[in-house]
Design a protein around this ligand. Structure first.
Ligand code: AOF
Ligand code: ZN
Length: 348
């Protein structure tokens, strides 16, 4: 097995982490002795153990004497400062781990690389793979957050085979995606810090926006309601998830939720205000789930980083058209989820 093989395993472990890591990176770690994995772990929750610590804790008592002859693989450079938890560099020194291999440097505080110097000073062999792509993916959104100063924006919607979001008759009950796709969407919800929906969707669909089909944290619901359609009686205001944040046209003193007035339309400026506030509040990754007006506004503003589109076998003949991604959008991959086709797009 090569360094890259074990770093790939670190990336897979990092992917298991959900939005509970909050503003921390998603990190995986693997401990290897003589080509045998004796420990694995990942960072699960902000304020709790880092990947390295969980990895070491997973080593069976019988294997513990092997630790000072093992190699620690980590998807990210280990931390050297004590934050909410202790510094991993200290743990590595204390456990007398002779070799550390990681992919990217941790640029959270400064340029990164500080830990490399500390480890080498302690006589520890360090190898790094800054260009190793699989370990970049679990934290792709962090680059948008730190470099563009706004949350990563994921657009998610389902359309019929003939390109409609819903039938023409708004009263008609309908389901687009199959149960497996719906569970997948709940897993995505556990990995996003906030879900954005339009006021009309809240009133007409009355979504709960929870992760009830998947064990994971509920995202923060965010209602973008420039036309002030919501009443405060919808499920989202009294559901099991967190209390919503409301971006309204005018201030709504009768609604006892945190709110910001953004004016009466979904202009690019209004969306920038929404994203600016969410950035300030530390939301690194947000998902826009509908309705069509809100999705289309993000498309038109060119303010999105990824789109996940389900195309189902149903045909409505007529109805509300699905949002139009710009012609420059590129399909990254296609995947069949039962009879639903999932296509992942990037802005191109
Ligand atoms: C690691 N391993 O698994 C993670 C790291 O407040 P704390 O103690 O959780 O520290 C947060 C910082 O630690 C975070 O900003 C980032 O620099 C690093 N994350 N480091 O060695 C991990 N999640
Ligand atoms: Zn650490």
């Amino acid at each position: 097995m090569t360094d890259q093989d074990y770093l790939l395993r670190c990336a897979q472990l990092a992917e298991l982490a959900d939005a509970r890591v909050r503003d921390n990176p998603r990190v995986g770690a693997v401990l290897v002795h003589a080509d045998r994995i004796i420990g694995e772990g990942y960072h699960q929750r902000a304020g709790e153990a880092h990947a390295e610590v969980n990895c070491l804790a997973s080593v069976r008592p019988a294997d513990r004497p092997l630790i000072p002859a093992s190699t620690l693989y980590i998807s990210l450079e280990p931390c050297y400062v004590t934050g909410r938890t202790g510094a991993c560099v200290d743990v590595i020194r204390r456990e007398k781990i002779p070799t550390v291999v990681f992919a990217q440097r941790d640029t959270t505080t400064g340029a990164g690389g500080q830990s490399v110097a500390l480890l080498r000073e302690a006589g520890i062999t360090v190898r790094e793979y800054p260009a190793f792509a699989p370990t970049l993916a679990p934290n792709a959104h962090r680059r948008v957050f730190t470099q563009l100063g706004r949350p990563f924006v994921l657009l998610k919607f389902a359309q019929s085979a003939d390109g409609f979001l819903r039938p023409a008759n708004r009263q008609q009950k309908y389901w687009l995606t199959n149960p497996i796709s719906r569970r997948l969407v709940h897993r995505w919800r556990a990995n996003t810090s906030a879900i954005l929906v339009g006021g009309r969707t809240v009133v007409e669909d009355d979504p709960a926006l929870t992760t009830r089909l998947f064990p994971g944290p509920h995202p923060q619901p965010v209602i973008v309601d420039p036309r002030d359609r919501t009443t405060g009686r919808e499920r989202i205001f009294r559901g099991e998830g967190p209390s919503p944040l409301l971006f309204s046209g005018l201030p709504r003193p009768s609604l006892e939720v945190t709110q910001y007035a953004i004016g009466p339309d979904l202009s690019t400026g209004a969306l920038a205000q929404v994203l600016g506030k969410l950035y300030e509040r530390g939301f690194g990754h947000v998902t826009v789930e509908g309705g069509s007006a809100l999705l289309q506004a993000f498309c038109t503003a060119g303010c999105w980083d990824e789109a996940r589109v389900f195309t189902t076998p149903h045909r409505f003949g007529t109805g509300l058209p699905a949002p139009q991604l710009p012609a420059s959008a590129a399909a990254l991959r296609h995947e069949w989820i039962g009879s639903d086709l999932l296509t992942v797009f990037t802005p191109g």
